[in-house]
Design a protein around this ligand. Structure first.
Ligand code: NOJ
Length: 544
């Protein structure tokens, strides 16, 4: 077995990172909520899947107004998830299996229950405690400016003493004032706290939002446009130039460790050119490729985004990353199964009646081979490997996403991609919680999860799980895969064909007819082949 000490320092350049949405992965103590004990019990599954690193969504103490993205204490673990000792044991055990551990840091906002915000509320207008956040008097009875929350409604909430505070997300997520040296120092200290405990890196929540225009000017325009505009051009809160100095400081912290520590940015910015500014050599290591995630199942669109990603990343010597799903977007089986869909949320996608789930699954298989063959790193959202789909018919009264609540139900929200995983058995909780558990899973699982449990797929040559395991094993075994060059090959219209170094070819058929297979030995295919590659299928070939 390879431990993390035995893998090289540049592991992050082509790591396959598995996203653990902790509350929905596995429940060790039977309360219906996933936890650290559940992860520890499944580390063998993750090692056998063949991933290199784990990214764990926020596990800190939290009132859970936004599923943990409202942090009350950055240096502790939420009791419902476990203890600090459990966290240390998880890091140790993961390392022993060769798995790195990346945590999720939430620097744009704290919980309204964080000690700083409670002190700010108690201290009153004009106090130094309020200077850590963005407090302002209103304009008469109106908020200080026109900024809107990403989750709907105004980005300001008024306290009984008349002051308003800024929150770009839920009102329970007050935004920190990053102009204050104390805020900067505190977060560098938090990074050290976890790095000292062996953590290998951080995913940075809304990395593009930290710097706000201190004058808090109106944005103007429609709500939609205000939030969609991913900033850059003098926007008062998205992707401002001032954010980069913060990350230079973070990089110095990471580089002060003998072991490799890394950052991945969640930055929804307007172009690849803006994104690579976060990845300059003295800033962050990698960033999620949301342009790729959002690309429709269309050969020209995919080729364009792949080319743009690779050429821009090359300019700063950062590896590209590739991602299909996460806890904020509709699961890709359900996106790819709709007519030419490119939206992220159910509100933006063609209606449920247009969904062909079998088609979505077939395309998801092909998309997986494409993902793992591209140069750079890849992300797998828990359940991708089981082919899970978006649960679109959750009853309204179980939905927990603040976007659903704050928009009065206008935004369907993200609960449908967060349903607890099915591990085994034929009925809920499908092994998510131990037998005889007191609590039901925090979101109900649909009955048809019975067919896609990890147990049901284990050993089935046609299953998504087998495809993922085989692809990831090959990715390790074939030296051309991972970091390195790729070259497009001449191909029929609608077909993506490329080589990786000498002797490895990936073909994806997005045309509407089968295509003849070129010569070479088939390493892996997403569908049965008989001399041709069917529609919506992919194949890996070698000439060796
Ligand atoms: C991005 C996270 O991925 C999302 O789940 C969260 O709601 C927002 N940031 C706010 O922290």
């Amino acid at each position: 077995m390879t431990t993390v000490e035995e893998t090289g320092g540049s592991w992050w350049r082509d790591a396959v990172v598995y996203q653990l949405y902790i509350r929905s992965f596995a429940d060790g103590d039977g309360d219906g909520l996933g936890d650290i004990a559940g992860i520890r019990a499944r580390l063998g599954y993750l090692r056998d899947l063949g991933v290199d690193a784990l990214w764990i969504n926020p596990w800190y103490p939290s009132p859970m107004a936004d599923a943990g993205y409202d942090v009350a204490d950055y240096r502790a673990v939420e009791p419902a998830f476990g203890t600090g000792e459990d966290a240390a044991a998880l890091v140790r055990e993961a390392h022993g299996l060769g798995l790195r551990v990346i945590l999720d840091i939430v620097p744009n906002h704290t919980s309204d229950q964080h000690a700083w915000f409670r002190a700010a509320v108690a201290a009153g207008p004009g106090s130094p405690e309020r200077a850590r956040y963005h407090f302002r008097p209103g304009v008469g009875d109106a908020p200080p400016n026109d900024w809107r929350s990403v989750f709907g409604g105004p980005a300001w909430t008024r306290l009984p003493d008349g002051d308003w505070y800024l929150h770009l997300f839920d009102s329970a997520q007050p935004a920190l004032n990053w102009n204050l040296p104390e805020v900067r120092a505190e977060f560098e200290s938090i990074l050290r706290f976890w790095f000292d405990r062996g953590v290998d890196g951080f995913r940075i929540d809304v990395a593009h939002a930290l710097d706000k225009d201190a004058d808090l000017p109106d944005v103007g325009g429609e709500e939609e446009a205000m939030l969609a505009a991913a900033g850059g051009d003098g926007h008062p809160f998205w992707d401002r130039d001032g954010v980069h100095e913060i990350y230079r400081g973070w990089r110095r912290v990471a580089d002060s460790y003998a072991e490799q520590k890394v950052f991945v940015a969640e930055a929804w910015v307007s172009s690849p050119e803006r994104l690579i500014r976060y990845l300059r050599p003295d800033e962050l290591h990698t960033a999620f490729n949301f342009d790729y995630l959002g690309a429709p199942w269309d050969p020209a669109a995919l080729r364009t985004v792949i080319d743009a990603s690779l050429s821009t990343m090359h300019a700063v010597d950062a590896p590209a990353t590739w991602v299909l799903s996460n806890h904020d977007v509709v699961r890709h089986v359900s996106r790819l199964g709709r007519p030419l869909a490119s939206g992220h949320s159910l509100n933006d996608l063609p209606p449920h009646e247009t969904l062909d789930r079998a088609l979505g699954r077939r395309r998801a298989r092909a998309a997986a081979l494409l993902l793992f063959a591209l140069p750079g790193g890849a992300y797998v959202y828990q359940g991708d490997e089981l082919g899970l789909w978006e649960v679109e018919d959750l009853p309204d009264d179980v939905r927990q996403d603040p976007a659903w609540r704050r928009s009065g139900g206008a935004e369907i929200g993200r609960d449908g991609c967060r349903v607890p995983l099915p591990w085994s058995g034929t009925e809920a909780p499908f092994g998510f919680s131990p037998d005889g558990a007191a609590g039901a899973p925090w979101l109900p699982q649909p009955a048809d999860f019975a067919g896609v449990t990890a147990q049901a797929q284990d050993g089935d040559p046609a299953s998504m799980l087998t495809l993922y395991r085989t692809a990831l094993a090959l990715r390790r075994a074939v030296p051309q895969l991972g970091d390195g060059p790729m070259e497009w090959l001449p191909a029929e219209p609608g077909v993506l064909a490329f080589s990786r170094g000498e002797g490895f070819t990936c073909l994806v058929n997005l045309s509407d007819a089968p295509i003849a297979l070129p010569g070479g030995r088939v390493l892996l295919a997403t569908e049965a082949l008989s001399g041709s590659l069917p529609v919506d299928a992919a194949v890996w070939l070698t000439d060796r």
